[in-house]
Design a protein around this ligand. Structure first.
Ligand code: GLA
Length: 676
């Protein structure tokens, strides 16, 4: 393959380079992806299309308006301005254009990659496959780590070597699309991923719908990743003059292991994705695990008293507060009817918001606006607003259906219902936005027959428009993204939220592992971590685990013993003193819970640090090497819940480590370090 002279396109961050070239016949080829120090390799096709000789997984496949199923893209222009590169490709024989876009965030070693597709053909062009990103990783060994799971059991890290053939990580669920697999993965080169050494990439897709990541080792030995919207049953008919923009695929690069990768991703996510990524979060009490659906105003007021007594700062009223004709006393009715249940809340939500305010608490509310129970006034009035297919018996999950957001009337309705709840009860400052089922009958009563396959894409686009309008109309409302737990933890949805609910599994023994897995991509400030009674673990252990994220509680405070109450009060107070370090600092993972009974994390902010130690079994006495400290300074180390203080040299803590005692099962330590 001969390259055009002067055709190199260099897309660079502080440590990574993605380099393209153009062949003499105008084809775009990839020359490097990885370390900046890498020499240009053998050119490989940059964005493979179906029908120009490529016989493996394509990044792009379309049927032209005249029925031709092949696409042959040549470079027509390259525009580089500051951090954005646009490579324009055009079909050699058709008025079809595919622009490849790359935005770099140099100091975080992050590159975003996406495409824009448009055409001027006389009729519709059918997009069959339209990946956001295609990259060649060359010949070396590579290992992928996926984050798989289910409801109540999210983000198990599963690593495997990529051998010849195709490995696909995907979701076909359309909504609550990440119930079984998160849309992010690690890719380690040369050997399995390690915390502090080795070249590793993080791939993360900004899309809350069905996705597909394919990894194919070709017969010639090179490995290619293709990432984007799942093309399965999602053909998109693109009209003349219309532009289809694919979601952004984020690639993060680290030459020195996953620890560095995560720290960069945390900082980038706080700066460029999350809302208010530099503002610490309130401590909240949620009533879900305390009451489930059965509560009344008296019970809620009593929880508010308890919250105030413990120093908690916000109360979140969960599911069950609404429904008049079909009161929401269980999950089998009322969803969709967002007026307060007069039996439970005779004075409305307003009274609860006021009662919270009187006690100096912020107030938040649970909503699940995209869903409906068939037993609801909403469904009775609009049976054609639910996603369903003709001739099929309605299939519910958790007794509910998904509203058809591809219908503009439904989109407008969902926006205005949330807008109204937030406007009529101005005491609300926080929303837990839930979404508790995926799609199994992907039909839209609204879309015409030839556009049924647009539903998965149109749904997510409409959802993002709703989120965006709400964020603009109510900029002070904070959002906890929830989808029966972690079904919607992705860079697309999290642009509109401050934090997420990682899982309905709140057993702290399980959360130690989950929080470790989430931390590969997500900063502690985004991780809602609540102390509950699940698993019946010692309450000090539950607190120690929750304190390493955004602390909250989800317990019936009326049932706490007086010693538990004292501990809770003291810990809430202590957390207020350290939350800036935990939420705004830099996190180091010190010891993995997957490698032994004792695990440890720490966060560092300027001259302070917090170290969390958890023991899931019997762990022997032994030092713990710390990170991120100044070797030349002395640190006062205070074991927080015990008020024991010692002084250590920074260099000793970094080299020999902090001496730790033996711990039994659920033993733990939270240490505050201050440079003196
Ligand atoms: C989902 C959420 C829970 C809770 C319930 C309410 O399962 O993940 O935290 O809000 O819905 O029905």
């Amino acid at each position: 393959m001969k390259l055009l002279a002067h055709s190199l396109v260099r897309i660079e961050t502080d440590n990574a380079a993605l380099v393209f070239g153009v062949t003499e016949d105008g084809k775009l080829v990839q020359l490097i992806f990885g370390s900046k120090a890498e020499e240009c390799g053998e050119p490989s096709v940059a964005y493979p299309t179906w029908g120009d000789g490529w016989v493996y997984e394509p990044a792009f496949q379309a049927t032209h308006s005249d029925g031709n199923t092949s696409v042959d893209l040549r470079v027509t222009d390259i525009i580089q301005a500051e951090n954005l590169t646009r490579i324009q490709l055009g079909d050699a024989a058709y008025a079809l254009r595919v622009d490849l876009l790359f935005r770099v965030y140099p100091k975080y070693d992050v590159i975003e990659s996406w495409t824009e597709v448009s055409h001027d053909e006389p009729g519709e062009v059918v997009l069959q496959t339209f990946a956001s990103s295609s990259l060649d990783f060359g010949q070396g060994e590579a290992f992928v780590t996926q984050f798989r799971g289910d409801w109540n059991d999210e983000v198990h890290m599963e690593e495997e070597r990529l051998t010849y053939g195709l490995k696909v990580l995907d979701s076909k669920l359309a909504v609550r699309a990440h119930q079984f697999r998160a849309p992010w993965f690690l890719l380690a080169r040369g050997g399995p991923a390690k915390e502090d050494e080795g070249e590793v990439l993080g791939g993360s897709f900004a899309w809350s719908g069905s996705f597909r990541f394919s990894f194919e080792r070709l017969p010639q030995g090179s490995l290619r990743a293709i990432c984007g919207i799942n093309p399965f049953a999602s053909a998109y008919r693109l009209s003349t003059g219309e532009t289809f923009e694919t979601p952004r695929m984020t690639w993060a690069y680290s030459p020195s292991g996953t620890g560095n990768l995560s720290r960069n991703l945390h900082a980038w996510t706080r700066a460029h994705v999350l809302r208010d990524g530099h503002q610490s979060r309130s401590i909240l009490l949620n009533n879900w695990e305390a009451t489930y659906f059965s509560f009344d105003e008296t019970k809620i007021f009593s929880l508010l008293d308890g919250a105030k007594d413990l120093g908690i700062e916000m109360f979140l009223l969960d599911d069950g507060w609404f429904g008049t004709k079909h009161p929401r006393d269980s999950d089998n009715q009322g969803l969709g009817d967002w007026t307060p249940d007069p039996k439970k809340l005779p004075n409305g939500v307003r009274a609860v918001a006021d009662a919270a305010a009187t006690r100096g608490l912020r107030f938040g509310i649970w909503l699940e606006p995209e869903m409906v129970n068939p037993r609801s006034e909403l469904f009775e009035a609009h049976p054609d607003w639910a996603i369903r297919q003709p001739g099929r018996e309605l299939e519910t999950q958790r007794n509910q259906l998904v509203l058809d957001l591809s219908n503009p009337d439904v989109e407008a309705y969902v926006f205005s219902l949330v807008d109204q709840v937030l406007s009529t009860d101005p005491g609300i400052t926080y929303v837990k936005w839930d979404c508790n089922r995926y799609v199994t009958q992907p039909g839209s009563p609204y879309l015409p027959p030839d556009k049924q396959s647009h539903l998965p894409v149109l749904y997510v686009q409409a959802l993002y428009r709703i989120f965006d309008r709400l964020a603009k109309a109510h900029p002070h409302i904070q959002i906890m993204m929830c989808s029966g737990g972690g079904g919607r933890v992705d860079l697309g949805a999290m642009r509109y939220a401050q934090e997420f609910w990682p899982s309905d599994n709140t057993d702290p023994a399980r959360r130690v592992l989950m929080q470790w897995a989430y931390s590969q991509f997500w900063p502690p400030i985004a991780v809602s971590a609540h102390v509950t009674d699940m698993g019946h673990r010692p309450i000090d252990f539950a607190f120690a685990v929750a304190m390493s994220g955004r602390l909250g509680m989800d317990m019936d405070l009326d049932k706490l013993s007086s010693s538990e109450r004292d501990l809770a009060r003291k810990t809430v107070e202590a957390y207020k003193g350290i939350r800036d370090v935990v939420q705004l600092g830099t996190q180091y993972r010190l010891q993995s819970p997957f490698e032994g009974p004792r695990s440890a994390l720490m966060s560092v902010l300027e001259d302070r640090a917090i170290v969390f130690v958890y023991s899931l079994g019997e762990s022997p006495e032994g030092p713990l090497q710390l990170r991120g400290l100044d070797a030349s300074r002395n640190y006062r180390v205070r074991e927080m819940m015990k008020d024991v203080e010692t002084i250590h040299r920074g260099s000793n803590l970094l080299e020999e480590g902090l001496p730790l005692p033996a711990y039994g099962e659920f033993g733990n330590g939270v240490f505050e370090l201050t440079a003196v």
